[in-house]
Design a protein around this ligand. Sequence first.
Ligand code: G1P
Length: 881
Amino acid sequence: MQRINFQNYTGKFTLKDPEKNSYLYFPIANEIGVMSSLTPTLNGDCKMNQNTFLLAPVSSEDLHNNKSSRNFWIYVEGKTAWSVTGVSSQQQSKVFSKEKEETEIECSIMCHKVIRTSKEMGLKSEIINFVPNGYKVELMKVTITNISEEDINITPTAAIPLYCRSADNIRDHRHVTSLLHRIETINSGVIVKPTLTFDERGHKINEIVYGVIAVDEDKSMPISFSPIVEEFIGEGGSFENPESIMLNKEFNVKSGEKFEGYESIGALRFKNEKMKPNESKSYIIAFGYGESVDDFEKLTSTLLKETDFEELLKDTKLYWENKINLKYSTGDSTFNNWMHWVNFQPILRRIYGCSFLPHHDYGKGGRGWRDLWQDCLALLAMDPKEVREMLLNNFAGVRFDGSNATIIGANLGEFIADRNNITRVWMDHGAWPFLTTNLYINQSGDINFLLEKQSYFKDLQTVRGTDKDNLWSIEQGNKLLTKENNIYLGTILEHILVQHLTAFYDVGENNNMRLRGADWNDALDMAKEKGESVAFTALYSGNLVNICELLKKIKNENKIKHVEMAEEIEVLLFKNNIYDYPQEKINILNTYCKSCNHDIKGRTSEIDIDLLVKDLEEKANWIKNHINSKEWITNSEGYSWYNGYYDNSGKKVEGDFESGTRMMLTGQVFTIMSNIATEKQVKEIVKAADSYLYDKEVGGYRLNTNFKELKTDLGRMFGFAYGSKENGAVFSHMTIMYANALYQRGFVKEGFKVIDALYKHCINFEVSKIYPGIPEYISSKGRGMYHYLTGSASWLILTVLTEMFGVKGSYGDMKLDPKLLLSQFDEDNKASISLVFSDRKFKVEYINELHKDFGEYKIQEIFINNETYEFDNLNTIDKNI
Ligand code: G1P
């Protein structure tokens, strides 16, 4: 049985026979753009962006299919050639036999080590790969040890295939783009500088130089090269069975030679060595990106030194460790270690976006609007310092009609105009910024952030993606202007209100907010006309209540009675007599959208805070009552829950159907989170979810039951096989939000069950087949899919920190409200969390001397630096302490 063995408290783990899994991958990257993925046999890729791949791009199926992996060969005199990565036809043919070589992987954050022992060859190899900070390269150190009792004569050869072009050319113009290659050998390796690039940008002069360089431990350079693939593999050969290696042919290319127009490989031959028993030899290889051949010459003298390798490795490990400033200690050390990896995942998503690990074979980099805000959640928990600026800048993506820019630029606050004729509007987008902002304000106490000013995004799209502003031109720029052509700046509060008020009026015939292009569930994308999302109507309603709390706070803190708002917005306020009439709502929304179609007046009015609060509360209440009276369903088996959606025929989606019971998790999550469900209803929902959605075999709560229908009037998700991705898999993001909602409502055992089922599944390598961490979803066979780059990591961190450990911000004060179960305390009755809060490092340790469970215990004493602290009945620690 294969299992993950943790070696310390910071996630370092080992795993035996890792290559007996065909879809495993591991990320190594740095902050200046080098992104690699690695399988246990060093397959995977290495790139800087969509157009700059050094190793050929791989999707998940290529992980077992592709032969162009990082390789290093040892030809053993009198025997044959041995691949230290295990990628030779001979070694692969033994993977299922008793002669399989012993292998073990040892990983820590951003560092990958694989050890392989071949009794037959009398050799052991250890290969370390990482991406050093500040250098545009991946580094790889191969150490070979003679484990036999005889002397062994070896011929070592590094072999790194060089793709050197855009991912677009993996099939399209693959051959023609190889004709662009200009190949050159230097003392330490092989350099490729394509003349041009052929990709979506057109035909352009190429500026990037790719290369592989290497030295041995004595700093000796390679003695010869074989830089052209067809010569290296030989006719009839392949990367797994290359003729030049198998027959130990001499490489006849020396340093200083040039070639044009071939597929290339960094095949670097080192001098023969005689290895005595127990003797080791190492080789350091760097492959990456530069601006000139000179860059690689320089790297050879600066980077390729044994001592530097070790230093860089140490620095890199430390650098990433320091980024993770949340640490947990509970009775379950495996959970603590697993969470260490989860903590790191938001950083990985910031680096890789949603496009650059093998399962993430879509998009060309970058993140979406939703991701932008959710990733901030984790940053708030881990590195709050930079978040204020980030939040402020992100609000510049909001349009005045409440929709937002969806093409997000590379720089902070950069949003790109959407010049499509038909644009897609996700109806949930308006709700996320407030959740993140509210968390920020509570963590920091920075309530005046709401009064900061920011511009609005402007492009062709108007009326929430349904119309165009033909007066707008790209020259006008991407900021909303006033009639006097000044950039209009509104408060952050105004931006948030615009998002919520417009959503409130944007309803379908059943008076819930329209689904439009989709909501959180990207695959509910075929009910544009009549679809409605009750689920997110609930979330907007919960937000309205919380906005009111902030407004009251602003009023008290700043001793102000009014807030300033663009005059146009007034039409969306104080209309409580029409809420029952969808058409009236739509008319109001249209009047508003027309008033800001091209520009706005630029005049503001002062709105009385008390009246505004009253109006927003009325709106929230109206939604609550509406959902409770219209969407609470009870089926023939006596279970009750909320209907979360309407399809494109305007019909309820959940309940009893001929094909069976239809239930979805999303509608439950947000009605619970927004206090729309009463305590009694939460209990009912839990019962229904346990009956229809819970499946221990796949990690817990599924996203939906099997509709057994290709529901083309709701979304493409029904085209996915049931149990995969958005169609009924355990989809971590929503599952964790379900846990969060339950914890928020005090349903602690129930919330714990959700997280525990998923965690236990993930860490059970035999079924999940992933390295530690939380994947996007669990497949119907139990495999963790789309590992690492998932928004669920942010939500899990947030839930563990603010709910499970109950360390919450309350306008800058720290509030302690632990929801730990007795079973989570360690043998000394303690559980702790280390974190940064208000720029200070804290270790919050709960001591449960009397072995009480949640519900039985309450905080009796608080000690800060061993001194007793007097606290109020809300367990709040004053921010000024
Ligand atoms: C992904 C997307 C997320 C979307 C979700 C459901 O989830 O990134 O924006 O809401 O699918 O369609 P993730 O991979 O972040 O877990």
